[in-house]
Design a protein around this ligand. Sequence first.
Ligand code: TYD
Ligand code: MG
Length: 452
Amino acid sequence: MPKTRTEFVCRECGYRTPRALGRCPECDTWSSLDAVSSQPAAVAARPANGIAARPVRLSDIDAVELARLPVAAAEFARVLGGGIVPGSLVLIGGDPGVGKSTLLTQLAHDIASTHGAALYVSGEESLAQSALRARRMGLAADNLLFLSETDVDSIVGAIRESSARLAVIDSIQSVTTADVEALPGSVSQLRESAQRFMHLAKSTGTSIILVGHVTKDGAIAGPKVLEHMVDTVLYLEGERFNQYRLLRSTKNRFGPTHEVGVFEMRDHGLTEVANPSSVFLSERDAASPGSVVTVTMEGTRALLVEVQALASRTTLAIPRRTANGFDSNRLHLIGAVLARRLGIPLHDQDIYLNVAGGMRIDEPAIDLAAALAIVSSVRDHPMPSETVAVGEVGLSGELRSVGYLEPRLRAASQLGFVRAVVPRSAGQPRELGGIALIPAATLREAVRALQL
Ligand code: TYD
Ligand code: MG
């Protein structure tokens, strides 16, 4: 039996030390070290028979295709990379009220109606509350089990006993183990609980999904301690006043990352949105100035989004620059390029830029659309109809090429767009992805070609 030892773990950054310190040497937070008594995992894992570990040649390893539990919701399956891998540990984060419990109750029900037992463990809600939600969504699979419990060891026991294919722990912050002397939600509790669920998942083949609350700085469970322990990290996002929810993967050991699935919150739970582009564009008024459609890549999916700009004469000494769903530094940069390279007077204009539909876009390929939307609003000229704009804007006003141009344009063509303003490049065809190209080397050329 290895000796139990006491370690101190920083609540903020997860730093470990054998000494009791008043201040964490890693992140400089005071009084953030919790005492943890644990058997070091490395000791426990050492083979008892004393045989040395033996490396294996690549060609001698049977690479079995990962079996996955199919997930009925195609949007969810896409984000996971095709389905749930048995024995995987998944962390899903999101703001309170965004719909994590709703989404996972539906997933558990899916699995329970097709593959065997699924166990939904709530440490925050009573059985009655969980059942109320499931009823509201019209779910009634016999194999869908609920447990209201916060003790990790009892939960582990229940999962083993139920031989569930899937277990959901809602939330990882609400469960604790008595072996760790720290408050629920502290790093040492999170780490220890997650580790136990990981061992359980790997040893039984049960897939386990941990729900993690996002703290105000945006990370799951405050410190990022859990993210590197789990196989997959998903985030459920959505604007508070809008019914759409985006599910993204930021880490996935079994599939691509940055995939996005789109859902809509309805009375009976979350429903999939199979063609998000048409939803994002459904309320667009194509004839109004300041509206430009672009195509953004989210993982392997091309999404059409509307970028809106509104320029209005300012009453302030320093005009306002407000961006929604768009990096405000890039808005400043584009404003400067428009003023300096195209001579468009913006010093007396407030500029509001908005990505419609609650999307947040961080890729530079949206620059051209943002710049054109501003010009279109300042001059009060609408964009020519059925035209999309894709490209990055450089500091000298040049347009820079972006990746995945063809899939982007194909997606635009499917929604009825016929022309695309794109950065000029050598040997460029006249048409790409079913769309006529309007090549422009600079922002100035693009504005002229569109007669804005
Ligand atoms: P919930 O899944 O409890 O959020 P989370 O677990 O992320 O905190 O969802 C909360 C919101 O969703 C709540 O405001 C009610 C709404 N909702 C619906 O609109 N329709 C539904 O069918 C359900 C179950 C919830
Ligand atoms: Mg919840």
